[in-house]
Design a protein around this ligand. Structure first.
Ligand SMILES: O=C(O)[C@@H](O)[C@@H](O)[C@H](O)C(=O)CO
Length: 483
């Protein structure tokens, strides 16, 4: 029947995505088809099931197929019908290993699935931060819809998550709840109290006003010795615990508030606490304080993203002392087992090839890794290959707007690192770290100025675009799992 459907659609100028065709229930089949770059979800039914208007190829009984045929746009309204009738929607994670693939352009979920479905991991396919939403001019609903469309196009019937990443305020929290996200990543970086410049006397004075719960945590853990193994241990410092309490107590109130809102509105959700974009590395005392504080308040969270030693700059490999990273990771992982109920999460997880294996080994596969920019960079690679004029244009725009783009991301690149024009005959040019970082952070201005042209190339060469993205995600997973 797939072949007959494909032929029939072709006659009507629609191209069927063959993997998408599947049976949802007795006499209801779903598929995805496109005309030019416009994708529709299609149904073959015996007339018993419909989505909302507007329809395309509406309610047509097709003799040669023996079914009614309908094609619809995937609007949010239609998604809700799919959700209610067939459970097509994101879910919370039950697996120990999970992997996030942000798709800034909303085009490549099928390419992500193609690789992720072969691993024993839970994929978080809809994942964007407000920072990304603003720069790409999208919203949480659009991100979810594009991920769902990708899920349908790939014919994927497994579970997947939707992560409202880097939530810092109630506005975006509410939008993500409304859209039906299943994972909420609270970014506490703006709420952390900066104490590094405070003199001792001021620290002491501030310590007087700590809450009784914070004091209890300090009393309970100060001087406590933890043995990671027979020859590795660490002792919790009272001074450091005070510093942790002073730094994090205010942010804990925000988590309490958000948790209350989530509990009120949702039955199930995965909550991630992200402290990785703060100014200092997360100490074991910080880790203990945050987790204990939240646990004592009855806040059940799913993952913690600490700031590990070294640099996790966007789009490039880990920079730093791998031995130190390993030793701190061991302590943090040990604490997750000791304090219980959550796993470690690695942010800026794109292209961190030199530490993936260690991360997987030490955490025994209990982890979440987030990637996003790395898939956007594949779009740039494709444009580099297919349309040098557009690429040169994008390079110039990115350079002209570098200072503005740098405001949102911590990267170590300067205008002086770049030539005025780029050597497009050098096929290795895009693997240069500074070029990767430049494009990684410039997506906002590039979409503002050349959205139409960018999408045109990506739609025209969709298959190759998917190939680039799959290969890149496969390289990540191969390194993590060694298979
Ligand atoms: O760019 C963003 O805002 C996000 O994609 C990232 O910060 C995300 O949390 C991440 O770490 C992806 O690598």
């Amino acid at each position: 029947m797939k072949e007959e459907l494909s032929n029939y659609l072709l006659k009507n100028s629609f191209l069927l995505y063959p993997d998408s065709f599947r049976r949802l229930k007795e006499d209801v089949y779903i598929f995805v088809a496109k005309k030019d770059s416009d994708k529709k979800i299609g149904f073959l039914t015996n007339g018993n099931f419909k989505l909302s208007s507007p329809h395309f190829l509406e309610d047509k009984y097709v003799e040669e197929l023996g079914f009614y045929l309908n094609l619809y746009p995937l609007t949010y309204e239609n998604y809700l019908i799919l959700k209610d009738n067939f459970g097509i929607s994101p879910v919370t994670c039950k697996e120990k290993t999970s992997f996030g693939t942000g798709d800034r352009l909303g085009l490549v979920t099928p390419a992500h699935i193609k690789v992720l479905k072969n691993y024993d991991i839970f994929p978080v396919l809809a994942q964007q931060s407000p920072r990304e939403l603003v720069k790409t001019n999208r919203d949480f609903k659009d991100v979810l819809l594009k991920a769902i469309l990708g899920v349908l196009e790939a014919g994927y019937a497994g579970g997947f998550g939707a992560d409202a990443d880097h939530i810092k305020d109630e506005k975006y929290l509410m939008e993500a709840i409304d859209a039906g996200y299943t994972m909420y990543t609270l970014d506490l970086s703006d709420l952390l109290v900066k104490i590094s410049d405070m003199p001792e006397s001021q620290l002491k004075e501030k310590a007087q006003s700590l809450s009784s719960q914070s004091r209890e945590i300090i009393d309970r853990y100060k001087g406590k010795k933890f043995s990671i193994s027979t020859d590795e241990d660490f002792v919790v410092s009272e001074d450091e615990l005070y510093k942790s309490a002073l730094t994090y107590e205010k942010a804990m109130k925000f988590v309490e508030k958000v948790y209350g809102i989530l509990k009120d509105r949702l039955q199930h959700f995965d909550l991630e606490i992200s402290i990785d974009e703060g100014e200092k590395d997360t100490t074991v005392e910080d880790h203990i304080f945050v987790v204990e504080y939240l646990h004592r308040k009855g806040i059940d969270f799913w993952s913690l993203a600490p700031k590990f030693p070294g640099e996790f700059q966007k789009a490039i490999d880990y920079k730093g002392d791998i031995k130190k990273f390993t030793s701190e990771l061991k302590k943090h992982y040990f604490l997750t087992k000791e304090l219980g109920g959550y796993k470690l999460s690695l942010h800026s997880g794109s292209d961190k090839f030199s530490i993936y294996k260690i991360f997987n080994e030490i955490t025994e596969g209990n982890f979440h890794i987030k990637t996003s920019g790395t898939s956007w960079l594949q779009a740039i690679s494709l444009i580099f290959e297919k349309d040098k004029d557009l690429f040169n244009d994008l390079y110039k725009i990115a350079l002209d707007n570098l200072e503005e783009s740098k405001k949102a991301y911590k990267v170590l690149i300067d205008r002086d690192d770049f030539p005025q024009t780029i050597q497009t005959e050098d096929s290795q040019i895009l693997s240069k770290p500074e070029i990767k970082q430049l494009f990684h952070i410039s997506y906002g201005v590039l979409l503002d100025e050349r959205r139409k042209e960018i999408y045109e190339v990506l739609n025209k060469y969709e298959e190759e675009h998917y190939e680039f993205v799959s290969k890149n995600i496969k390289n990540h997973l191969k390194e993590i799992f060694n298979i």
